[in-house]
Design a protein around this ligand. Structure first.
Ligand code: 13P
Length: 254
């Protein structure tokens, strides 16, 4: 069975009420124009905008996701947001293990695994991020690092229905630099092999693996036509309706 391409926007720490709602409405309007798009669309705004973006997306085939969650349901964790709260706010997805959280908040594979499991328990689907730093790449460790991140961050209960993997080389995020198409395909194929060992071939063959890191309208087709690339996790270019939608169009979503 073919894997459905996912076009996902990670807004990161961007967006106030007015521009966030305008962005969501713009995306919703464009996706509606596509009729029945071939791709699944997702936007992940900051926590403060989830409820208003949910309203702005009404009637459009665009899912809502958050960018992180705690690993418990509720309790004394000042400043944290639980997966149950995200579900309650209308999210279908949550991102875990983004490299900015691994770096800024010292998140370990073990913690990311716990967060992902808590998200499944709350009925959310999870986009688990992996990716190597420039130093790791230069040392020829890309596949080893990504494999270890898969083995450590992906719960045993992950399936192709509750999990999407995003490969985001840290050095390609927000820099305009990207790996070659061959490099991306090699990593994605290697990741799928590790997933097959961990979760079985059936899950691995059906699980989507997104590429993220300076995805733009101009390079979308090159990356998204690779056999093991099943979509894109887009940062900067997801903040402009035109860029986000042109990535989808160039990837053949409509
Ligand atoms: P950019 O598209 O801005 O490089 O960000 C990628 C990313 O980190 C998405 O999660």
């Amino acid at each position: 069975m073919a894997r459905k391409i996912m076009i996902a926007g990670n807004w990161k720490m961007n967006g106030l009420l007015e521009d966030g709602v305008a962005l969501a409405k713009g995306v919703a309007a464009e996706v509606k124009k596509m009729g029945k798009p071939e791709c699944e669309f997702l936007v992940c705004p900051p926590f403060t905008l989830l409820t208003s973006v949910k309203k702005a997306l009404r009637g459009a085939k665009v899912a809502l996701g958050a960018q992180d969650c705690h690993f418990t349901e509720k309790g004394a964790h000042t400043g944290d947001i639980s997966p149950v709260m995200l579900k309650d706010a209308g999210c279908q997805y949550v991102i875990t293990g983004h490299s900015e959280r691994r770096a800024d908040h010292g998140e370990s594979n073990e913690l990311i695994c716990k967060k992902s499991q808590a998200a499944y328990d709350a009925g959310l689907k999870v986009i688990i991020c992996i990716g190597e730093t420039l130093a790791e790449r230069d040392a020829g460790k890309t596949i080893d690092v990504c494999s270890a991140q898969i083995l450590g961050s992906v719960p045993e209960t992950a399936t192709s229905s509750n999990t999407v993997i995003a490969y985001e080389p840290v050095w390609a995020i927000g820099t305009g630099k990207t790996p070659t198409a061959k490099d991306v395909e090699d990593v994605h194929a290697a990741v799928r092999k590790v997933l097959a060992k961990k979760l079985g071939k059936g899950n691995a063959n059906k699980m989507r693996i997104l590429y993220g890191g300076s995805v733009k309208p101009a390079n979308a087709k090159e990356f998204l036509s690779l056999p093991d690339v099943d979509g894109a996790l887009i940062g900067g270019a997801s903040l402009k309706v035109e860029d986000f939608i042109n990535i989808a169009k160039n990837a053949g979503c409509c």
